[in-house]
Design a protein around this ligand. Structure first.
Ligand SMILES: [Zn+2]
Length: 308
């Protein structure tokens, strides 16, 4: 089952506690179905619980009954279709929410959202009807896809008024309609919790925390790799200088304290300067000073070789 389908199934387990909220959810669900007019009222979904709930809500809120049919889509996914074949039922449902069905385009009738408690229920209905949540393993995205501009604007405005959390959704027009959406994991979690899907919100949060922890580890690993590169390139430069000394005059011609460090470096190309100093029982700055003398001498010899 997809993340979207799991979320919808979770939302459909909620028992509406108050009549006002039941009406609000029913309104959200039918208003955001693709088709809600006097001529036709229909809704297609991949979620069986959402399809059943559309009918239950219509029955409970307006006393109308409809039909549920089942088919396989071209992609072999089950598809549920809810319709109100009876014209009187369509009129009844529209009028319950203050619409005639003859409006050129429907907007949100705010009078249905009588009380503050109703907004979350209304949005739950809207999500069941036209919402989708991307699997958080792939991306953070929750969107309502709305076919009509007036309705998309109404939803966008309503969401921005929600004071429970700072909703701040985005609105985009695209081929065949409009999208009202979030791309922020934290805001999606807040929204899912608020409309009654805390399990889905928790799933999203766990994925997000796991990803953040993994990014942290990657950042640290990159940092260590970068440091290792530094050690190696410094070491390579030192070895080149020491090799030039060895070729040009022989390590035996060096003062003993320099010769010791030079031999140790040749034997241990991967040691840091601190480790070299520890092995010699001298301070890091002492080792650094000696290494600088080796580098100067070796690089001077290299330069002379090249210019010869
Ligand atoms: Zn209410």
């Amino acid at each position: 089952m997809s993340f979207s389908a799991r979320t919808k199934a979770e939302l459909c387990e909620i028992e509406p506690k108050k009549d006002c909220c039941l009406r609000a959810e029913c309104y959200g669900a039918w208003l955001f179905s693709r088709c809600f007019t006097l001529l036709d009222a229909a809704f297609t979904t991949e979620s069986a619980p959402a399809a059943r709930r559309m009918l239950e809500l219509a029955g409970a809120a307006a006393g109308v009954s409809g039909e549920l049919t089942y088919a396989f889509s071209r992609r072999k996914k089950p598809s549920y279709r809810v319709t109100l074949p009876d014209a009187a039922a369509r009129r009844q449902l529209l009028e319950t929410f203050g619409h005639t069905g003859r409006e050129s385009s429907l907007g949100i009738n705010r009078a249905v959202l009588e009380n503050d408690c109703c907004t979350a229920s209304f949005l739950r209905g809207a999500f069941l009807s036209c919402g989708a949540a991307t699997d958080p393993q792939k991306d953070y995205r929750l969107e309502f896809s709305v076919p009509y501009q007036k309705l998309a604007n109404g939803l966008y405005t309503l969401l921005r008024e929600v004071e429970v959390f700072s909703a701040q959704p985005l609105l985009a027009s695209r081929r065949g309609g409009y999208a009202v959406y979030w791309k922020d994991g934290g805001q999606i979690e807040d929204f899912l919790t608020w409309i009654g899907a805390p399990k889905a919100a928790m799933e999203l949060m766990q994925v997000r925390m796991y990803k953040e922890a993994r990014n942290d580890i990657n950042r640290k690993a990159n940092f260590e790799t970068a440091n290792m590169d530094k050690t190696y390139s410094a070491s390579a430069r030192q070895i080149a200088a020491i090799a030039a000394i060895s070729d040009g005059m022989g390590l035996g011609a060096l003062p003993e304290e320099l010769a010791q460090l030079a031999r140790l470096r040749l034997e241990h190309p991967d040691m840091t300067l601190r480790e070299l100093s520890a092995a010699l029982g001298i301070s890091r700055s002492g080792a650094n000073h000696r290494m600088q003398r080796l580098l100067e001498l070796g690089e001077k010899l290299l330069k002379d070789q090249i210019s010869e």
